[in-house]
Design a protein around this ligand. Structure first.
Ligand code: SAM
Length: 416
C-alpha cells in the first residue's frame, strides 16, 4: 500500500483530512485512546454494529443501488405508491437537496482515498483482539440513579501514585470511596484511575471529571467562579422522536426542558464554541433555530454533517431515503464571541459547512469532536470542555448526564 501523509496522520491522530473536499474521516477509537496511558479501547468493542461491506452493488455514493430487472420487479410490487410530501416535509427535502452536493463531494473524496479504503477493515478489527461485549451484565446507571438508594451508592476509586524520585518507575495504589451519584468526581492529570462499583470496573481517564445526575440537578455544574467557564460545550440531547428503538436505549426529555439548560452560565465569558447534535426532523430544527439557540445566546451558527460509512467506505444507507438519512446534523455557534473583533493567533472563526465521516459505533454514539474543532474554539489552549448528556469521559473534559460512565466499563478496554 502506498501510504500517504494523511494515512500516517490517521494512524497517529485519528484524523484523515480529505484535501479535495471540506471533509475529514475520523477513527473515534484512536481519538479516544489519547485520554489513556495504561489502557486502550478495543476496536471490536467500539465498532459493535455490523456495517459490513455493501452487498447491494451499485453506486457507492449511496444513490439508489442498481438492481437486476428481476429484483426491480419484486420490489415494485411491494412498494406502496409514494405519497406526496406535506409542506413541512418539503422544507426538509429542500434542506437535504441543499446539503446533498457537499455530502456527495465528501463521499467521493473518501472513495478516491484508496490507501484509506484499504486501511479501514483492519482499523475496525484492530490487532485481532476481539472482545466479546456482553452488555446484558452492565450496570444500568439510569435506573440506579433514579432509585431511593442512589445517595447511598459509592464507587471505590483506585489510582496509582508514583513514589519519590529515588524509586523511579514504582508506585503505590491508593483507594478512596466516594458517593457515585450527584457528586462531581475528578481524576488527577497524571494517570487514569479505576473505579469499582457493584463488581464492575470502570476506567476513568486522566484529567477527566464527571457528574452523574438527572436533569433536575444540572445547576450543580455551574462553576463557582465564572472565569472557570467552558470554551467548548457539546450537547447531544435525548430528543423526543417517537422512535421505539430509541425509547429502549435511553429515556428522552421533552424538548422544551432544554430551554432551562444553563448554557450561558457554563460558557466562558471570554468566549465559547457550542456544538449541538440535532435530528433530521424539521419541527425540531425550527424549535432549535427559532427558540433554543437564541435563548442560549448562541450566534453565527454553521451546520456540520456526520456522514456514516461502512467498513468498505460505502454509505450505511441510501442518501435520499427520506426518513433514514445516512447522516446526522450538528449546529455549531458562538457564545460571548464578537465576530468583528480580531481573532487570537490560535483561533479561527468557523466558515462554512463541513463533513465528518466515520464508521458508527453503538446506537447514538457520536464521534469525539474536540480535536477536529480545536482551531475553532476560542480561549485558552487546551480549552476547558464540557459534554452534556454524555455517555463517556475524556481527558480535559467534564462529562454530565444520567449515565456518563456507560462506555467506561472495562469490557470496552484492554490493558496496553
Ligand atoms: N452523546 C452520547 C454518545 O455519544 O454516546 C449519546 C447521548 S444520548 C443522545 C442522550 C443521553 O441523555 C442518554 O445517555 C440518556 O440516558 C441521557 N438522558 C436522558 N434523560 C436524561 C435526564 N433527565 N437527565 C440526564 N440525562 C438524561
Amino acid at each position: 500500500m502506498n501510504v500517504s501523509d494523511e494515512l500516517r496522520s490517521l494512524e497517529a491522530t485519528g484524523i484523515y483530512r480529505l484535501a479535495s473536499s471540506r471533509a475529514a474521516f475520523l477513527d473515534p477509537v484512536r481519538l479516544l485512546d489519547e485520554s489513556y496511558r495504561r489502557f486502550r479501547l478495543v476496536p471490536s468493542a467500539y465498532y459493535t454494529r455490523s456495517f459490513g461491506p455493501s452487498n447491494q452493488g451499485g453506486d457507492a455514493q449511496g444513490m439508489r443501488p442498481v438492481t437486476s430487472p428481476d429484483r426491480k420487479k419484486r420490489k415494485r410490487k411491494r412498494q406502496p405508491k409514494p405519497r406526496e410530501l406535506n409542506a413541512v416535509e418539503r422544507i426538509a427535502e429542500a434542506r437535504h437537496q441543499e446539503a446533498r452536493p457537499l455530502l456527495i463531494s465528501a463521499h467521493k473524496s473518501l472513495l478516491e482515498a484508496k490507501d484509506l479504503l484499504e486501511f479501514l477493515p483492519g482499523m475496525i478489527k484492530g490487532d485481532g483482539c476481539i472482545q466479546d461485549v456482553q452488555t446484558s451484565s452492565e450496570n444500568n446507571f439510569v435506573e440506579l440513579g433514579s432509585s431511593w438508594r442512589a445517595p447511598l451508592y459509592e464507587m471505590t476509586i483506585c489510582f496509582q501514585k508514583p513514589h519519590g524520585q529515588d524509586e523511579e518507575g514504582s508506585c503505590h495504589v491508593h483507594r478512596r470511596s466516594t458517593p457515585l451519584f450527584n457528586k462531581v468526581i475528578s481524576v488527577e492529570e497524571n494517570d487514569e484511575a479505576e473505579g469499582e462499583f457493584q463488581s464492575r470496573l470502570y476506567i476513568l481517564p486522566k484529567g477527566s471529571c464527571f457528574l452523574m445526575t438527572d436533569f433536575k440537578h444540572i445547576r450543580d455544574l455551574i462553576p463557582d467562579n465564572s472565569n472557570n467557564g467552558y470554551n467548548l460545550i457539546v450537547i447531544d440531547p435525548p430528543w423526543e422522536n417517537g422512535c421505539v428503538h430509541q425509547k429502549e436505549a435511553y429515556p428522552t426529555l421533552p424538548n422544551r426542558y432544554l430551554l432551562y439548560l444553563p448554557v450561558q452560565e457554563l460558557a466562558d465569558p471570554a468566549g465559547a464554541l457550542l456544538v449541538l447534535w440535532i435530528t433530521n426532523r424539521e419541527k425540531l430544527r425550527r424549535f432549535v433555530e427559532d427558540e433554543l439557540l437564541p435563548s442560549w445566546g448562541v450566534k453565527d451558527t454553521t451546520e456540520f454533517y456526520w456522514l456514516k460509512v461502512k467498513s468498505d467506505g460505502s454509505l450505511i444507507g441510501d442518501l435520499d431515503l427520506f426518513h433514514h438519512r445516512p447522516y446526522e446534523c450538528l449546529l455549531l455557534g458562538y457564545i460571548n464571541v464578537n465576530k468583528e473583533a480580531e481573532p487570537g493567533p490560535k483561533f479561527k472563526f468557523l466558515q462554512g459547512s463541513q463533513v465528518i465521516m466515520s464508521v458508527p459505533g453503538a446506537h447514538s454514539r457520536k464521534p469525539p469532536l474536540q480535536k477536529i474543532l480545536s482551531e475553532f474554539i476560542p480561549g485558552p489552549k487546551p480549552p476547558r470542555c464540557i459534554e452534556l448528556f454524555a455517555r463517556e469521559l475524556g481527558s480535559g473534559c467534564t462529562s454530565w448526564g444520567n449515565e456518563p460512565l456507560h462506555f467506561q466499563d472495562s469490557m470496552y478496554f484492554s490493558e496496553k
